[in-house]
Design a protein around this ligand. Structure first.
Ligand code: UDP
Length: 261
């Protein structure tokens, strides 16, 4: 399915000044903003803006499995539903989940499962609903990153967070965090995810051409950038509790003040 006709790709993905088309250096991330606890009706939730990507994640569980036949007597199951809204991309996306969404849901589930203690929740399910509101390359990585935050926000015991990012090659140069156009017009795209409790990769996909040496260099820059994103995840989680603490202190102070009058 041609998303953008090849002729419409820019001839070059670097500007005269050596910067990428969006003004970034080769090892510069797009701007990232994250927030947890954004959906009242979910057990846990998070929102992520990553460049032009906008993604919500809502988590429910542990809860009864529907349909029942999916339940496992000796462990819980993790179900991930990655969806892109019809208006999230330039060419209207069909509302029904396609093959790509099903595959990405499975991939995200595989990334997240290693950090959960599913063996402690027999017969139940954890469900993660991901809605991509605006898409511009790297949505599987953004979705994995925001879903990990939503799981943590739900208070589900986890071995660690999971962070994900795509690195790749454009116009012969190695870069991190590919934008939509770089993903489509570049030579290689390498989405990866890391589970921090054991520093292992829980995702490594590859599309394109790269030498083994380039792959090694790319992975080194990916790890550096993943650490940067991980810090942002931690800050987003802590911010919620700092806000709660400040609110509680304020309430206590106003009660004390009221009592003294
Ligand atoms: N995309 C699109 N229409 C689609 C699917 C994807 O325009 O039906 C765009 C979207 O911007 C997405 C990008 O193509 O982020 C790259 O898609 P890919 O399948 O490589 O997954 P992603 O990089 O988002 O994880």
């Amino acid at each position: 399915m041609p998303l953008v006709i090849k002729d419409e790709y820019p001839e070059k993905l670097f500007r005269e000044d050596g910067k990428r088309l969006d003004g970034r250096d080769k090892t510069e991330l797009r701007p990232i903003k994250m927030e947890v606890g954004v959906i009242n009706n979910a057990d846990g939730s998070a929102y992520l803006e990553w460049g032009n990507n906008k993604v919500f994640a809502a988590v429910y569980g542990p809860r009864e499995v529907h349909p029942h036949h999916l339940a496992k007597p000796d462990r819980g199951i993790l179900r991930v539903f990655y969806r892109m809204t019809t208006f999230s991309v330039f060419e209207r996306k069909r509302p029904a989940p396609g093959r790509r969404e099903k595959e990405i849901s499975m991939v995200i589930g595989d990334c997240l499962e290693p950090v959960l203690f599913l063996e402690l929740y027999p017969g139940t399910s954890f469900e993660v609903f991901i809605e991509v509101i605006d898409a511009d390359g790297g949505t599987r990585c953004a979705s994995t990153t925001v879903a990990a935050l939503a799981l943590a926000d739900a208070g589900i015991p986890m071995k660690s967070l999971v962070t994900s990012l795509a690195v790749g090659k454009i116009d012969g140069e190695l870069v991190i965090d590919l934008s939509g156009i770089e993903d489509k017009a570049g030579e290689a795209d390498l989405p990866c995810a890391i589970t921090w409790y054991n520093d292992e990769l829980s995702l490594l996909q590859f599309d394109g051409d790269m030498t083994l040496e380039e792959m090694n260099t790319s992975m080194d820059s990916a790890v550096e950038a993943l650490k940067e994103i991980y810090e942002k995840q931690l800050t987003a989680l802590k911010s919620k509790y700092i806000a709660i603490q400040e609110e509680t202190l304020k309430q206590q102070e106003s009660k004390t003040d009221g009592g003294e009058e």
